[in-house]
Design a protein around this ligand. Structure first.
Ligand code: DP6
Length: 321
């Protein structure tokens, strides 16, 4: 009764920021993302009659209390579905530093959902896995299906899940992550979500999103990279405008993030078509076409503030390994 799964993280082109139902993680808006081939979690779940409680190891260390509680809560959901009272030993490792704006909760909860449901011998459809992963962490539902993904906000828990718009092979674009900070963020995105309503710009953002989603889907359909990148950048800044104007304000980026953004503007002047996006952390995600990657990597390598570079193709969905 052991299973292991690999899940890639994802980068949102249209962001999930704000929830309609906090407990069920039903979002205020639909979102669109791309899975990241090189940013992944591998998680194993082993059930045993000898365990008196769950054991959780993240990157070879015992999970901190808040992480432990959240993971046990997720296992409880799966135990209830499986009508089992067996405890589990969970081991998870990431290919990237957690809490830095590469969503470790996304890949972590997606991998945990698949590995644990398999260990408990539940055979769930992709849709059910996505719903279940969403209950662990909203963005995790987008890491279940492969490639370019839409999380349709839905009306309730049963209708809020993610599905593939296009498979990974559809478009040869990359997300090059410039890692400029590796420390864990002080205010979690879960806490941040709960205070979105305090921003005077939140309702306007939500009202404008349906049109933006239509536009980005069109850009994806026609592989219009300029349109796609322009929307991605505008959307990242729009979400950060909400973050910055929440109470308390959330400033997730830092001066290094801004230097990289300036650098991207310079790249565009030189004819390298690259666009940025940022999540709840300082690392800058650079969306570009595959042939431009060597030039972009070279520019980034010359920046002292860049600690690591992670190149991602459109990634697979969550899979048993
Ligand atoms: C800024 O999925 O981490 O990355 O549902 O509370 O776990 P919880 O939140 P989480 O929020 C991610 C927010 C974001 C934008 C995005 O990925 O869409």
């Amino acid at each position: 009764m052991k299973a292991a799964a690999k899940a890639t993280s994802n980068i949102a082109f249209i962001k999930y920021w704000g929830k309609k139902d906090e407990a069920l993680r039903i979002p205020a808006n639909s979102s669109i993302s791309m899975n990241l081939s090189n940013a992944y979690s591998i998680t194993s779940v082993e059930l045993s009659k000898n365990l008196k409680k769950d054991q959780v190891y993240l990157n070879s260390k015992k999970a901190e209390e808040d992480e432990y509680t959240r993971i046990v809560k997720h296992l409880d959901l799966i135990r209830a579905l499986a009508k089992s009272n067996l405890f589990a030993k969970v081991k998870s490792r990431n290919s990237f530093p957690k809490g830095t704006g590469i969503a470790s909760s996304a890949s972590g909860f997606a991998a945990l959902t698949l590995a644990a449901t398999k260990a408990f011998k539940l055979n769930l459809s992709q849709k059910k896995l996505s719903i279940l992963a969403r209950l662990g962490s909203g963005s995790a539902c987008r890491s279940i299906p492969p490639g370019f993904v839409e999380w349709v906000k839905g009306a309730d828990s049963k209708t809020s899940y993610a599905k593939t718009l296009y498979p990974p092979s559809y478009w040869d674009i990359l997300d090059i992550v410039a890692i400029v900070g590796e420390s864990k963020k002080e205010i979690s995105s879960t806490k941040g979500h709960s205070l979105t309503g305090t921003s005077p710009f939140f309702n306007k953002r939500i009202a404008d999103l349906p049109q933006k989603i239509k536009d980005i889907k069109k850009a994806l359909k026609f592989k219009d990279f300029t349109k796609l990148g322009t929307i991605i950048e505008e959307e990242a800044l729009n979400m950060h405008a909400v973050m910055l104007t929440q109470r308390p304000p959330l400033i997730y980026f830092n001066s290094s993030s801004l230097s990289i953004i300036r650098e991207i503007y310079e790249m565009r002047k030189k004819g390298i078509e690259a666009y940025f996006t940022l999540d709840a952390g300082p690392n800058v995600h650079i969306i570009c076409k595959a042939p431009d990657a060597p030039k972009i990597k070279k520019i980034l390598k010359n920046q002292k503030i860049v600690k690591k570079i992670l190149v991602n193709k459109p990634g697979n969905g969550t899979e048993i390994i």
